[in-house]
Design a protein around this ligand. Structure first.
Ligand code: GTR
Length: 417
């Protein structure tokens, strides 16, 4: 190892990682095996829960941002009502619509339009917060949900009817979620950043002077995770919501986002990265499905500039996705996967769960208890599962009601409901 790299690593371990001192990718050691959760970058062993919380966790938070997702700005959220509270579903629920702005940004800066649908029963309620590519009005038939004509919706979603009112009812199953006593909250990804290889739109141009090297700055998935954080800023203030029971979910590229959001924001109690694949729960090394090179080539805006240097070079990653999962510990994570969805690589995600599990154990929390994977939602019962599990159902790349049954069984189990 060159003296420069060694000096950088030593600085990293002493300071808790100043990003400008992290080694260039070419100087990172090659490791074919999965990086050990319990070895710091400079080789120092991690042996106690305190070591994890105070040293290894902060180091990994820095590494994932620097080399993969990018660093996002700190922000203070401000809330206004988008519309007065209204009843829905024959008075069994209430709809709240909140506009989230960022303090200090100009009037015409992007803002997030968060919809929160709460069961009309005594609360506070646990909540599932989902990111999606269509407007809030598409998630269910609640008439009160605003349909915003100025929202950016991708062409494909306009064509397949998904962006119509209630067009994604079978996907989000909002009435079912409410019937289980959970609130449902949701926002549109393009309120933060349209899913395009273009950083001149969305939130990015409003932060022209971030104090990070250009290649370490936030890309689209990091921006969406920042959007989750802004929504959590609101949810923890809402008396109808149980602030200790906030779950996040997204499908596929948004599953990657939900995982990242939960990894970085410890107010999130439950992560459900649905069919999240590469850049989500699936291990990047030796992928037989979507490789780092492929995802960077086809979706260059999802990850930062540094991550491109790991194309065909995954062995130099100082982490793998098991360590992103581990950042959720000791909280709960359900990795939901489709048996017919080979591209999302559920075997590689199962491997990641197994490699992350020791972190739950170090923190004295139930990680994988019993089988790591179940294929029957009825196997998810209190006392039968811990805080870490894969649920694999016989579906393609989609979200269906059966998944919601499993997700809410899992949430009930981890919350002790
Ligand atoms: C695919 C991409 C996956 C996944 C998916 C999706 O084309 O290769 O990583 O994110 O899109 O978001 O549906």
């Amino acid at each position: 190892m060159s003296p420069i790299v060694l000096a950088a690593l030593l600085t990293l371990s002493c300071t808790g990682a100043s990003v400008n001192e992290l080694p260039p990718v070419a100087d990172l050691p090659e490791q074919e095996a999965l990086p050990d959760p319990f070895t710091m970058m400079d080789g120092t062993p991690v042996t106690t829960a305190e070591d994890w919380r105070e040293k290894r966790r902060p180091e990994l938070v820095q590494l994932f941002q620097h080399y993969m997702y990018g660093f996002a700005p700190e922000a203070e959220s401000e809330f206004r009502e988008d519309a007065p509270e209204a009843e829905a579903f024959d008075g069994t629920a209430r709809v709240k619509q909140i506009e989230i702005r960022i303090k200090g940004l100009p009037e015409d800066a992007p803002r997030i339009h968060l919809a929160v649908i709460v069961p009309n029963t005594p609360g506070p309620h646990p909540v599932m917060l989902g990111i999606k590519r269509v407007g809030n009005h598409a998630t269910c038939g609640a008439e009160a949900l605003l349909q915003r004509e100025d929202a950016y919706i991708p062409e494909a979603s306009r064509k397949d009817g998904a962006s119509e009112r209630g067009g994604r009812s079978d996907f989000w199953c909002v009435e079912y979620i409410l019937s289980r006593g959970y609130a449902f909250a949701t926002f549109l990804e393009s309120d933060v950043d349209p899913d395009e290889n273009d950083f001149t739109n969305g939130i990015h141009p409003w932060y022209p002077d971030l104090p990070y090297p250009k290649d370490a700055q936030w890309a689209t998935i990091r921006a969406w995770a920042w959007g989750f954080r802004r929504c959590v800023d609101y949810l923890v203030t809402d008396p109808d919501i149980d602030a200790g029971k906030i779950g996040v979910i997204g499908h596929s590229r948004r599953g990657k986002t939900a995982l990242l959001a939960a990894a970085l924001d410890e107010r999130i109690a439950l992560a459900v990265p649905h069919q999240s694949g590469t850049g989500g729960c699936a291990i990047s090394r030796a992928s037989e499905q979507e490789t780092v090179e492929r995802i960077n080539r086809v979706f260059p805006h999802w990850f930062n500039g540094n991550f491109k240097q790991f194309n065909d070079n995954e062995a130099r990653l100082p982490f793998d996705q098991h360590l992103l999962i581990a950042l959720v510990a000791p909280r709960a994570l359900l990795d939901t996967e489709g048996k017919q969805d080979a591209w999302a690589n559920n075997p590689a995600s199962l491997r990641a769960l197994g490699a992350a599990d020791p972190v739950w154990k170090l923190l004295g929390a139930p990680g994988i208890e019993g089988p790591a994977r179940v294929e029957d939602v009825n196997d998810i019962q209190p006392g039968k599962v811990g805080n870490l599990l894969q649920l694999r159902l016989d579906t393609k790349h989609d979200l269906t009601r059966d998944y919601w049954v499993g997700i809410l069984n899992f949430a009930d189990a981890v919350y002790g409901r």
